[in-house]
Design a protein around this ligand. Sequence first.
Ligand SMILES: C[S@@+](CC[C@H](N)C(=O)[O-])C[C@H]1O[C@@H](n2cnc3c(N)ncnc32)[C@H](O)[C@@H]1O
Length: 240
Amino acid sequence: MTTAFFPALLEQATQPFQAGGQFTYRYARGKLAYDCIFREMLQRGVFPAQGHFLDLGCGQGSLFALLLAARQLFEQGHWPADWATAPRPLSLRGIELMPRDVQRAALAFGPGHPLVRIEQGDMTQVDLGCPDVITILDALHYLGYTQQEILLQRIRAALPVGGLFLTRIGDASAGMPFLFSNWVDHVVTYARGHRMPRLHCRKLAEWRDLLIGLGFEVDSEVMSEGMPFANVMLVCRVPR
Ligand SMILES: C[S@@+](CC[C@H](N)C(=O)[O-])C[C@H]1O[C@@H](n2cnc3c(N)ncnc32)[C@H](O)[C@@H]1O
């Protein structure tokens, strides 16, 4: 069932992006279909059964579209038996720096969505509120090293006991795959209409030390399936 199921999930999750035109739609399709982290997060059940989500550097909102589609298919009974229960988001708040991506998200989710709110803002400046889950997918390395440390401290402080911080980083100790990942990062950023970013990367061991030092329990998992990247997912929990 899993193989037949994923195209249905993809279809449901990407339909909303049709409203933003071909580039927006195709970008969402490519991202959700070929980037294994989206499937893996759901299949493994890394998220709590329900909760308030905050996605920092959310881009056009691909993660939220996936979560909404997943919950809908789950409630309709179209869900693989070997996948974890789809999470039931109570709210989905995204912060994105680039107005162009905020606009793409606005077109996809429409005004007055009951769960989704995408705000234009800088993740280093915004009030994080009191979410149960904070995600940063492929965006931490755009911040300077000190900014990363301050933000991670604030994330730890904002989360409740049992709260989850999930991020994906590029492992700077990974050699050629790491260099290739950074090259692709530049190309994709340019294609999405943004300026070339300066990247601030760390070795996986350094990320782990930093997060453990802040009081998280950290699991790391290579998350580049089938691609020559150096991507690692860090699942960081506030101990109970
Ligand atoms: C590689 S994209 C990933 C987008 C999204 N997380 C995803 O997985 O589809 C990184 C995003 O982080 C955003 N970003 C970078 N620095 C940011 C900041 N200081 N505050 C908010 N967003 C930021 C970029 O504009 C970009 O949309």
